[in-house]
Design a protein around this ligand. Structure first.
Ligand code: DAH
Length: 327
């Protein structure tokens, strides 16, 4: 037994291995119930009193040695890292993966909040649309240039099914099924058959607004949009309305905001054309309303000084990361 104790002692002293597997191997071999040392204790019971006196101490010392070795092996393992927990401090820092809101989402949320605060609700509608909703009911003349192939993506011809070119389609869908008064905004994606460049894209985002009630006037339109401009761009913002043309509004106006030293157009608007109300079964003698539509990309570009539309859809982390924390 004396030789066994000595040889195990040597084994333990020279044992090395600092990963979790070798620590476990050590534990099973020298410490566990089935360990070599445990076997020696079993044998010890059968020894004579004289032998017990001689071997008790070295055996107990062996047990202590094994325990201490296990502790020091474990400490080493956690310091240096086991195979599955190895830290290489020389590696470059990992790219942090916390996401951020997309700038278009931030601007969309801002717009929604501003209108929600003054009683507008949020609606949406289909992006694949019938000609009636995208054009005809909105009072587009039969051969209006906007219907031409260069502007519109057609899903099918006859019946004409298109990718909606604006969110105004949802105005019609809502007026067809709801009774006034109604006060809604409609954020959504729209499509145009345009060459992709810094200044134009084949898809982008709009927010449409629609307000129908008795005696809605152009003054209501101006007050609402002036309020919006100040909330969105700051209380010093000035607005200017210029006459314009849209088939679905009469009169129509574009709104500019004061920007740096000049003016910038940010939306189209107008009083809903009586023909449009009629197309939706609403009596224009009883009700009137205003509508407006703005591009989310355009507002985001102004707010954040972005000069290329393509950045919004490339998902380049270097671009998106700059909006971290913004809301
Ligand atoms: N639909 C128009 C566009 O895409 C924007 C627009 C202008 C919407 C005037 C409106 C409006 O509701 O009244 O360019």
């Amino acid at each position: 037994m004396k030789e066994k104790i000595n040889s195990i002692k040597e084994e333990i002293n020279s044992y090395s291995g600092a990963d979790s597997e070798s620590v476990e191997f050590f534990r099973v071999k020298y410490i566990s119930k089935k360990s070599l040392i445990n076997d020696l204790f079993e044998d010890f019971k059968k020894l004579s009193v004289k032998e017990k006196k001689e071997l008790g101490k070295p055996l107990n010392e062996l047990k202590t040695l094994a325990k201490e070795k296990l502790i020091s092996l474990s400490i080493e393992t956690s310091k240096e890292g086991s195979d599955d927990n190895k830290l290489d401090y020389s590696l470059p820092a990992e790219d942090d993966s916390i996401g951020s809101l997309h700038p278009l989402r931030i601007v969309r949320n801002n717009i929604i909040k501003i209108f929600r605060d003054i009683g507008f609700s949020i609606e949406d509608g289909p992006e694949i649309e019938e000609d009636w909703y995208n054009f005809t009911a909105l009072n587009f003349p039969k051969n209006h240039p906007a219907r031409e192939m260069q502007d519109t993506f057609f899903i099918s011809k006859d019946p004409d099914i298109v990718l909606r070119t604006h969110t105004s389609n949802v105005q019609i869908r809502l007026m067809e099924k709801q009774k006034p008064p109604m006060r809604v905004i409609i954020p959504g994606r729209v499509y145009r058959n345009e060459t992709v460049s810094a200044k134009s894209h084949c898809f982008f985002h709009q927010v449409e607004g629609l307000y129908i009630d008795k005696n809605v006037s152009f003054k209501d339109l101006k007050d609402t949009l002036y309020y919006f401009a100040k909330e969105m761009f700051g209380s010093d913002t000035k607005v200017r309305f210029r006459p314009s043309y849209f088939p679905f509004t009469e009169p129509s106006a574009e709104m500019d905001i004061s920007w740096k030293n000049g003016w910038l157009e940010i939306l189209g608007s107008g009083l809903v054309d009586p023909n449009v109300l009629k197309n939706c079964g609403i009596d224009p003698k009883e009700y009137s309303g205003f509508a407006f539509g703005m591009g989310i990309e355009r507002i985001a570009m102004l707010k954040y000084g972005i000069d290329d539309l393509r950045l919004f859809s490339e998902n380049d982390k270097r671009f998106l990361r700059q909006f971290r924390g913004a809301h």
